[in-house]
Design a protein. Structure first.
Length: 134
């Protein structure tokens, strides 16, 4: 199917990488339950990484940053995304669209899925349109 890309193979990693994968898995389940189609997971380029890229039921290309914090110290998971991270996400999304131009036909949205606590008792906060490309 045009616009579909292969998922990166699973690799063993550090304990924090494995916990991050668990949070991404939960975020992906949330997106799929909402009717999204997975386009790519963990898109990497020289500018950074985008955790999840999906196509919403309304045909919006959604770039999702997943953050997990076990505690709300310093504002929690959503507050951990600063301007530098936002700029890197925007640049990475631009590179994705250059590499896969078939996806340029869709409007674009940047979401954050912030998870708090511990599995399976996550506290989920899906922030749709968390920031824009302007």
């Amino acid at each position: 199917m045009p616009g579909q890309h292969r998922q990166q193979p699973l690799r063993a990693g550090s304990p924090s990488q494995l916990r991050g994968r668990e949070a991404e898995d939960e975020a992906l389940r949330l997106l799929l339950r909402a009717g999204h189609e997975l386009i790519q997971r963990n898109f990497h380029c020289r500018m950074g990484e985008i955790d999840l890229i999906t196509l919403s039921p309304r045909r919006v290309l959604v770039f999702t940053e997943v953050r997990w914090r076990t505690r709300d110290d310093y504002g929690g998971a959503a507050a951990s995304i600063g301007i530098t991270k936002i700029r890197r996400l925007l640049a990475t999304a631009s590179i994705f669209l250059c590499r896969y131009p078939v996806n340029r036909i869709h409007p674009v949205r940047f979401d954050v899925i912030a998870l708090g606590g511990h599995p399976p008792d996550w506290q989920l906060n899906w922030i749709k349109g968390a920031f824009d490309s302007r």
